[in-house]
Design a protein around this ligand. Structure first.
Ligand code: NDP
Length: 272
């Protein structure tokens, strides 16, 4: 049996096992997708165990997307540009890191008919998801990407490291809304259980966005976040994070197996 999986901690809420089990079943691959829940101090040993098991490929999630890099045998240009790995592929006896979050976002936007080419985008946040979004939008042909963070230094570091974008202070984001054609919410502020979800959305002057601006929230738990609800109430087109989850998973599956990902079976498995 072929073994795939996900490495992270905690993994109680991940939808990846359901998505990849559905993909294995639909493609008739005799395989399993397992949860490798490893505590933060145990990553070196955890990676060693994955090597000994001969795992063919695995996803990497919080808190290891950056910490895994020195434990791998190499990373590709996309992972290097983002500075994080979300997918590891075994090639011979080597484990190579890549990042499918950026292409996951761009594929989900294409699927939703959101134009990337020539867009003026603002990404809110400066964590791993914001880095992937910034790189994805740039690779996708965005005209300009601005990065807005509550800690300006974080936005500046993101732009410096990725060599993309203009850092701005989240407190003054409204000053940049007039020209914005794509707003990407990439913080964890709208995540289920966040105390700040409503105040965060209320503080964004979404009424200053042009009517043709699309608003994307990478958070998919809940699917309709406070920011999406507020944008939709203003008549703006909105996109949730499930499409990005789906397409990053599809891209990972194709890298591991060489098979075309059964996207609809995977989508059904993650849609609740
Ligand atoms: P990180 O923990 O790396 O980064 C979180 C970012 O959010 C930081 O920049 C943090 O700022 C910022 N932030 C949190 N709360 C607030 C707030 N109230 N106001 C302003 N900024 C805030 O997480 P990730 O970047 O990995 O993920 C972010 C979210 O994206 C996750 O919640 C996840 O649900 C979603 N995601 C979705 C994916 C998908 O496939 N759809 C893929 C990956 C992530 P600070 O540093 O100042 O705390």
């Amino acid at each position: 049996m072929r073994v795939f999986g996900i490495l992270g901690y905690p993994l109680s809420h991940t939808r990846s096992p359901a998505m990849h089990q559905a993909a294995l079943k639909a493609t008739g691959i005799d395989g399993a997708y397992m949860k490798f829940e490893v505590r933060e101090g145990d990553l070196v040993q955890g990676m060693q165990e994955l090597r000994e098991l001969g795992v063919e490929g695995f996803n990497v999630t919080l808190p290891f997307k950056e910490a895994i890099i020195p434990l791998l045998d190499g990373v590709d240009d996309t992972a290097r540009a983002i500075g994080a790995v979300n997918t590891v592929v075994r090639v011979g006896s080597d484990y190579l890191g890549t990042n499918t979050d950026a292409v996951g976002l761009t594929m989900s936007l294409i699927e939703e008919n959101v134009r990337l080419s020539g867009t003026t985008a603002i990404v809110i946040g400066a964590g791993g998801a914001a880095r992937a979004a910034t790189v994805g939008l740039s690779f996708g042909g965005a005209f300009e990407v601005k990065v807005a963070a509550r800690r300006f230094a974080q936005a500046r570091s993101l732009c410096r490291d990725t060599k993309i974008g203009l850092p701005i202070d989240l407190a003054y984001i409204g000053e940049h809304f007039q020209d914005c054609t794509l707003l990407v919410q990439a913080t964890s502020a709208t995540l289920h259980g966040s105390d700040e979800a409503q105040s965060f959305a209320d503080a964004l002057p979404l009424d200053m966005l042009p009517d043709h601006c699309a608003v994307v929230d990478l958070v998919y738990e809940p699917e309709w976040t406070t920011v999406r609800l507020a944008a939709a109430a203003m008549g703006l087109k909105t996109v949730g994070g499930l499409g990005m989850l789906l397409h990053q998973g599809a891209a990972a599956f194709e890298r591991w197996t060489g098979e075309t990902a059964p996207v609809e079976a995977m989508r059904a498995a993650i849609t609740r």
